[in-house]
Design a protein around this ligand. Structure first.
Ligand code: F6R
Length: 288
């Protein structure tokens, strides 16, 4: 008997969205993760030029920011109508300090692209009244229409933004004390661990879950344990990123090293191959 290959019908497939709630994509290296992350961000901005982007700092998104800056310099993308809200900011560092997250964003993205400086927001790490400032940050996000795409890294302890283990899964923007692990991890950006601030202002897990789409990046073997725990473990405040299992539209981009501890790896690769086939089938013939 002659077998024909099963081709699923694609009429129901929303073009900009995977039918799988948490899409786990395993790529060979950090460079590929950066390129795919830039693809997802550009897709969002091309579809909605005045998109509200939630942005992250740290080592992980640097490659994606470089890629975005290059695409901008080649005239392939513009952020001039976008608004951005960063996840977090250290408490007590002057804004001009090279390791303040404001300086980081200026250095690695804003000054290299056409983001409008009056629409790039970060929490205020030097507020006179933190409670008020956090409420205003939340209000700012709501008034902008909510975050369309939230970019995230993940801490080696499973944190997202600075929601450390034990953070309420419904938390909103607030002050948070950094764990010793996070301060040790971030000491590489300072001259000593003593210089790493003890407190940060951070969006809450509830704030992050309100984003319409989430894109989490993880690279390197130091993230393998946290990656396994948040994707394959239970939803628990002890692994704050595990709350993303409750979100309807999450893409996780991993390199091989960060994916190394995933037990269900063959399944994610299988689902991804279906996803790629569906995308191919829905492409216009001219797109190749
Ligand atoms: C940064 C942030 C943090 C980092 C995380 C990973 O704005 O919110 O959650 O994403 O600490 O940091 P890196 O990328 O330096 O490993």
């Amino acid at each position: 008997m002659r077998r024909t290959q099963y081709v699923p019908t694609t009429d129901w497939l929303p073009l900009d969205k995977s039918p799988f709630l948490m899409r786990v994509v395993i790529l060979t290296d950090a460079a590929q993760v950066a390129r795919r992350a830039a693809d997802v961000i550009c897709q969002c901005v091309n579809k909605k030029p005045d998109a509200v982007l939630g942005l992250a700092t740290g080592g992980t998104p640097l490659g994606a920011y470089r890629e975005l800056a290059e695409r901008f310099s080649r005239g392939q993308i513009s952020f001039s109508h976008c608004t951005s809200f960063n996840l977090d900011e250290y408490v007590g560092l002057p804004v001009s300090h090279p390791e303040s997250y404001r300086s980081f964003m200026d250095r690695h993205l804003f000054s290299l692209t056409d983001f409008a400086s009056d629409r790039c927001f970060l929490p205020d790490g030097n507020a006179a009244d933190f409670e008020q400032a956090c409420l205003e940050y939340e209000r700012g996000i709501a008034e902008a229409g909510g975050i369309d795409l939230q970019l995230l890294g993940i801490g080696s302890d499973g944190h997202i933004a600075f929601n450390e283990p034990g953070s309420s899964l419904s938390s909103r923007t607030r002050l948070k004390a950094l764990t010793q692990q996070t301060r040790e991890d971030n000491a590489r950006f300072f001259s000593s661990i003593e210089e790493v601030p003890e407190l940060a202002v951070t969006m809450g897990i509830g704030t992050i879950l309100d984003a319409k789409q989430v894109l989490l990046l993880a690279t390197g073997s130091g993230k393998a344990s946290a990656v396994r725990a948040f994707i394959e473990g239970p939803v628990t405040s002890q692994v704050p990123a595990s709350a993303l299992q409750l979100h309807p539209h999450v893409t996780v981009l991993l390199d091989e090293a960060a994916a190394a501890w995933l037990v269900r790896r063959p399944y994610y690769d299988h689902v991804e191959s279906i996803q790629r086939r569906l995308e191919q089938a829905t492409k216009a013939p001219s797109e190749g």
